[in-house]
Design a binder for this molecule. Structure first.
Ligand SMILES: [Zn+2]
Length: 299
């Protein structure tokens, strides 16, 4: 049975049909009608599935990746940045609309699953997938299976506190990893130390490479914090591979100097964990959503 993967984001919704060999047979991208509300988003997903199944010529399994998590207590979505989805029973409503079980997981978990199954972490028993972008998230895959966790928050290292006196975070705490390691986090730290407020994260990385002292100091702080924040994860999970995704994962220095900072701060005299850039790029979210169903799923 073919699998449909859907990446439901705040601005766009992307869907694919995945073949048994992991190849993408169809792809369709549409805007997410966030301004029109929850019912409009449900209708948009229903229409996207109908379109993809017409193209595929058969009824498919459906997996969806989206920010936030399904509450184990209520069955409703929580912590989504598409706020009209929060508190809504998305899995139940989609199952009713589409006439079948729909698997839904956090988008960072889908990234981790995709990279663990047939991406950079392929063949590794324990993979920690990391999103470093406008936000910081993560997911844990063990022997090819996602670890959801009792609260469905396994891998959410972005809201570990790195500095209790740090910047306030939207989650209500201060100094979360995300407030330092996201793209906006780097830009904020750069400004706080006298940097040009007009520069965003990619510009700071470029300035540092060109020899700018203020930008370079911000990069040094960023790399040290990257190592310190990840060392907490490594000390607990001890993964075989860490795969980086999101816009900030393009920073080449993470894999050399960042890795050195990580090795320096883990509780061991060496670091055997592989630190790798992702293979599937922007497609990892939809790929992982489809892979929420195993290849041989029957039903
Ligand atoms: Zn936070």
């Amino acid at each position: 049975m073919l699998r449909i993967g859907i990446d439901l984001g705040g601005t766009k919704t992307e869907g694919i049909v995945m073949g048994a060999d992991g190849g993408i047979l169809q792809r369709e991208r549409r805007p997410t009608p966030q301004a029109e509300g929850y019912e409009a988003i449900l209708a948009s997903i229903q229409s996207l599935v109908a379109h993809l199944e017409r193209q595929a010529g058969e009824r498919c399994r459906i997996g969806i990746g989206t920010p936030g998590a399904i509450s184990t207590r209520t069955g409703c979505l929580k912590n989504s940045n598409t706020v009209c989805l929060n508190g809504k029973p998305l899995p139940a409503d989609l199952a009713r609309l589409l006439g079948r079980e729909v698997r839904i997981a956090n988008d960072a978990n889908c990234f981790a699953l995709s990279e663990a199954i047939d991406g950079a972490g392929r063949g590794q028993p324990v993979v920690f997938g990391v999103i470093l972008g406008t936000g910081v998230g993560g997911g844990i895959v063990i022997d090819g299976r996602l670890l959801a966790g009792a609260q469905h928050i396994a891998g959410e290292w972005g809201h570990n506190v790195l500095d209790a006196n740090g910047p306030s975070c939207y989650c209500g705490k201060r100094g979360c990893v995300e407030t330092f390691l996201s793209g906006p986090g780097l830009a904020r730290d750069h400004i706080a130390h006298g940097g040009d407020p007009a520069l965003d994260a990619p510009a700071i990385v470029a300035r540092a490479a060109a020899g700018d002292a203020i930008a370079e100091a911000a990069m040094q702080r960023y790399l040290e914090r990257f190592g310190r924040a990840l060392s907490v994860v490594v000390n607990i999970l001890d993964p075989d591979a860490i795969v980086l995704g999101g816009g900030m994962s393009n920073i080449g220095r993470l894999y050399s100097e960042g890795r050195h900072q990580l090795a320096r701060q883990v509780f061991n005299d060496e670091l055997r964990t592989a630190l790798l850039p992702n293979v599937h790029g922007d497609s990892s979210g939809v790929r992982g959503a489809a892979q929420l169903w195993p290849i041989d799923a029957r039903g």
